[in-house]
Ligand binder design. Sequence first.
Ligand SMILES: [Zn+2]
Length: 341
Amino acid sequence: MAVELGHLESLRFRGTSAEVTPVAPPPPPGPGEVLLRPTHLVLGSLDRRILRGEVPFAGTLGRDGLFIVHDAGPGVDASLIGKRVVIEAFVSCMSCDVCRGGLRHLCLARTAHGLLRVDGLGSTLALAKATSLVEVPATLGTDQALVAQSLAGALHAVRTASLDSRGFVTILGDGLIALLAAQVAATINPTVRVLGRHPDRFTLCERLGIKHRHVVEVGRRHDQAVVLDCTGDGSTDDLLLAADLATPKARIVVKAPPVRLPLASSRGRADALAAFASLEASIHGAGAGMVRDAINFMLRTRVNTDVVLTRRFPWDRCMDALDALHDRRSLAVVIELPRAA
Ligand SMILES: [Zn+2]
């Protein structure tokens, strides 16, 4: 390629600490692969859990962001080169029965960049499968592209709940996915409220015009027709809270990470499941969703990105960006990479 990239670097996590290190140029993209040049990375709660040692991952960080296709391998449409793209939260095999059946986000062999078994995309140049990319339409701004992957998960959770305008709706959690899900849900049902644990984030709900309460203040009156658990970990406490909020025949949706992650504890989970069963409530899981659905949604409906993309740092302040993830006021941290010369 004619584009001058200068020396190449990666944001690496070694299991206990992170650093930006010089790296050798990656190999040319193989069949079905592309070489991506990130312009922005988005770090969120799963990255925070990696840094804390709650999710075992070592390697290049970077699950999400906005990228320019720098080179395309054999079998990949060369017209993609130079295009802005975003990436799915998962990497699917594309050949198993689940993938071929149209449910690639549930592929049993799926991995995830910067999260499970595959290096992340936090490098000057990074390899990815072309099937994981979605081109960003010219009418979509940078910040909208930066929330596309998270919005895909939020949208999928709301759609899984079959939301309509009837009944009360509660969203558990006050992180990035929760506040995006609240924005989507509020376009369908006016009662949507967010139950969170971080008073610092309630002002974000106010800016979005969405009702909010602290979880300790809420009445447990079995009056919520839909409960979306967007806390990210489906903990026992949250499942039991959802059971106390839900009406008989309620729809409970637990937003799961894009891949199955090890759980800290399963104690008490059976109690929560029994409580749901006694209500004949249906519990649905919702995984990553598809980025193209999120992009199509944003082409029709305004999504407030200012509120959820809370902190921004240049690449040479990567370590400050990682520190900012531990500040609970940060929903998502954006790292801007240097432009190629
Ligand atoms: Zn598959």
